[in-house]
Design a protein around this ligand. Structure first.
Ligand code: NDP
Ligand code: 14Q
Length: 199
């Protein structure tokens, strides 16, 4: 038996450039079926079949997921709210916590977690990304739009100068699959990208 490494922490987000809009009225500004399937694969798949991944999200993002699809299956779901007690283990798939720090602590105390994915929304992304050296990777689905106006009220605070876009080879090996380029769906075009912190 080999010694366990600490799980890496990765942000997973789909954002519309150039404003990095991610939400509208508590939901997603678009419906992208293949992007949703990518999100599901990336956050679920593990190399080691004896492990699972953790997904960490804000209370508003939890509320936005249709009840029949939550908790997100085959993943440990960690929900952050200021109105929760310190740590509340609801069942084997759901843990409630009341801080960013506690969300990481609780996952690190669980056995057999391969990866930690921060899945939204804006307040949670911004808190994780602005805490130095907390996030290892950003998996950003960069969406471009074909000139129509998309209504958005929630934005990612993303400073591209602090992060370095990695090669497609590195992205493929990180997610353990060969991604498609320039996917077109519902008048949107998008690409999956991997970013790491600059030194
Ligand atoms: P969040 O999902 O980030 O949830 C915010 C809530 O999380 C707060 O109200 C609070 O819960 C809790 N919270 C936040 N920070 C802390 C903290 N430091 N300590 C304790 N609790 C905390 O909401 P947003 O409104 O920012 O984002 C939601 C939007 O993002 C929606 O439109 C959603 O569809 C979109 N989204 C988009 C994604 C994409 O990839 N495009 C992915 C995920 C979401 P409480 O109020 O209970 O105290
Ligand atoms: C899928 C959108 C997405 N893409 C990427 N690249 N990163 C992300 N973090 C997310 C996300 C998200 C949260 C979310 C999930 C919001 C939501 O708002 C309505 C619904 C879901 C959702 C819906 C599902 O239907 C079937 O399975 C589902 C899983 C998640």
């Amino acid at each position: 038996m080999s010694k366990q490494l600490q799980p890496q922490i990765s942000v997973v987000v789909a954002a519309l450039k150039p404003s990095y809009g991610i939400g509208y009225k508590g939901s997603l500004p678009w419906k992208l079926k293949k992007e949703m399937a990518f999100f599901k694969r990336v956050t679920t798949n593990t190399i080691d079949s004896s492990k699972r991944n953790a997904v960490i999200m804000g209370r508003k993002t939890w509320d936005s997921i249709p009840t029949k699809f939550r908790p997100l299956p085959n993943r440990l779901n960690v929900i952050i709210s200021r109105s929760y007690p310190n740590v509340n283990i609801v069942d084997e798939n759901v843990i409630q916590v009341n801080s960013i720090e506690e969300s990481i602590e609780v996952v690190k105390n669980q056995k057999n977690i391969e990866n930690i994915f921060i899945i939204g929304g804006a307040e949670i992304y911004n808190a994780f990304m602005n805490t130095k050296n907390l996030v290892d990777n950003l998996l950003i689905t960069e969406i471009e739009n074909s000139n129509e106006v998309i209504e958005m009220d929630t934005f990612l605070n993303f400073d591209a100068d602090k992060w370095e876009k990695q090669s497609k080879t590195k992205l493929n090996s990180f997610i353990n699959e060969e991604v498609e380029d320039d996917i077109e769906e519902n008048n949107f075009k998008y690409n999956y990208t991997l970013w790491q912190k600059k030194n």
